[in-house]
Design a protein around this ligand. Structure first.
Ligand code: IMP
Length: 206
């Protein structure tokens, strides 16, 4: 296991991944750097299924076969308890992929109109899947608990961050610096767990 290819085209995610995995004795490449294009259809019902679909699609590329490569992929989203877990695995596609987050966020706030603070609980979830050289699959999950706010707040982050408040509702994740968010985020936690799983594999497989 000498190289990691991360199945994402998102530069922000790659930066975070490189920082967190930097102490693994492996070269970390984006799909683009590895010369791989993949548009796997995310038709799974869970974050786990979608992360595995994405990782397997890249691992099947001829450039990955017969090489000492680990393919990683993530799938993430927002679960709102009052809405029975919506938007969940449809977070990116909620109200249409091309709809702005200003509109998506306003819609979710509207759907929670009149819902008291205690019932506005939500979480961001991230699952990272790894496909190892022999085809073995590992997954690691991370979550961050919070509450849906009453209006958008903050300019940092992306997506649903301006309406996702920390549990005490003092700040949204769009009001945290990148370092502050990475330290507590669903993706940061899932990556940290995956790093430990990969270390164990390196230890046993070499
Ligand atoms: P994907 O994992 O790249 O498919 O992203 C899923 C979707 O979940 C994103 O497009 C966002 O809508 C949402 N999402 C995932 N993580 C975050 C986050 O950290 N902040 C805000 N929105 C997020």
């Amino acid at each position: 296991m000498k190289k990691i290819i991360f199945a994402t085209g998102n530069a922000g995610k790659m930066k975070e991944i490189r920082e967190i995995l930097s102490d693994l004795p492996m070269e970390i490449l984006s799909m683009k750097e590895a010369g791989i294009r993949s548009e796997a259809e995310e038709n799974g019902m869970t974050f786990e299924e979608n992360a595995i679909i994405k990782a397997k699609a890249v691992a099947a590329d001829p450039l990955c076969r017969d090489q000492d490569i680990v393919v990683l992929a993530d799938d993430s989203g927002l679960e709102i308890d009052y809405l029975n877990g919506e938007p969940g695995v449809y977070s990116a596609r909620y109200m249409g992929e091309d709809t702005s987050y200003r509109i998506k966020n306003a819609n979710l706030i509207e759907r929670l109109d009149g819902v008291p603070k205690e019932q506005r609980t939500a979480r961001f979830v991230c699952v990272i899947a790894a496909v190892l050289p022999g085809g073995k699959v590992l997954t690691a999950k991370g979550t961050i608990e919070g509450k849906i706010g009453y209006e958008e707040r903050g300019e940092n982050g992306f997506g649903y961050d301006p309406i996702f408040c920390l549990p005490d509702m003092s700040r949204t994740t769009a009001e945290l610096s990148a370092e502050e968010k990475n330290a507590i985020s669903h993706r940061g936690k899932a990556l940290a767990k995956m790093k430990e799983l990969l270390k164990e594999e390196i230890h046993t497989v070499g």
